[in-house]
Design a protein. Structure first.
Length: 170
């Protein structure tokens, strides 16, 4: 029984991390955009834990602390926390590992039929590539740049969609 509980707990913890992983190699566009917003200095010190005074931060404190404890994975000195918000949906927040300030991504990213769906970011770049619907509206292929204060939308085009599957229930 204890082994089952451990396995189930591990599955729950690891599920949100899998949501962001894309198996495909980076496209030429992604390589160029990540390089364009390259960051030289990557934080390697002891991280400052997320500032829990904000009720929204407290609500997701476990996921935010977990991300901060694992160090920088975005824009040099930020830990990007990623967790699931349903089937085919993720929420993101950047934690400044120097100050503990938490900034949420502009909305939840969800997907249904989008090709190359999900969110990609890199440890040494301020760019974020998000393919899917933002807050379940307006499916698009978006690029954001982290300014140090906010996620600034810099490019947007319609998302490439997989064809509809035929209805076989009739």
């Amino acid at each position: 029984m204890r082994m089952w509980r451990l396995a189930f707990t591990f599955m729950l913890i690891s599920m949100p991390m899998v949501a962001q992983v894309q198996e495909e190699p980076l496209s030429k566009e992604e390589v160029a955009m990540f390089a364009r917003y390259h960051v030289d200095d990557v934080f390697r010190g002891k991280p400052t834990m997320p500032d829990m005074r904000d009720p929204d931060v407290r609500m997701y404190g476990t996921r935010l602390r977990y991300a901060a404890e694992h160090g920088a994975n975005f824009a040099g000195h930020y830990a990007m926390a990623v967790w699931g918000c349903g089937s085919g949906c993720i929420v993101l927040a950047a934690i400044d590992l120097r100050s503990g300030k938490v900034t949420y991504f502009p909305g939840a990213v969800s997907w249904d039929r989008e090709k190359n769906y999900g969110v990609r970011f890199q440890k040494n770049s301020r760019a974020i590539h998000a393919v899917g619907a933002l807050n379940e509206e307006d499916s698009a292929d978006r690029w954001y740049v982290w300014t140090g204060q906010q996620f600034k939308l810099i490019a947007k085009k319609p998302a490439e969609l997989e064809p509809d599957e035929p209805d076989t229930t009739q």
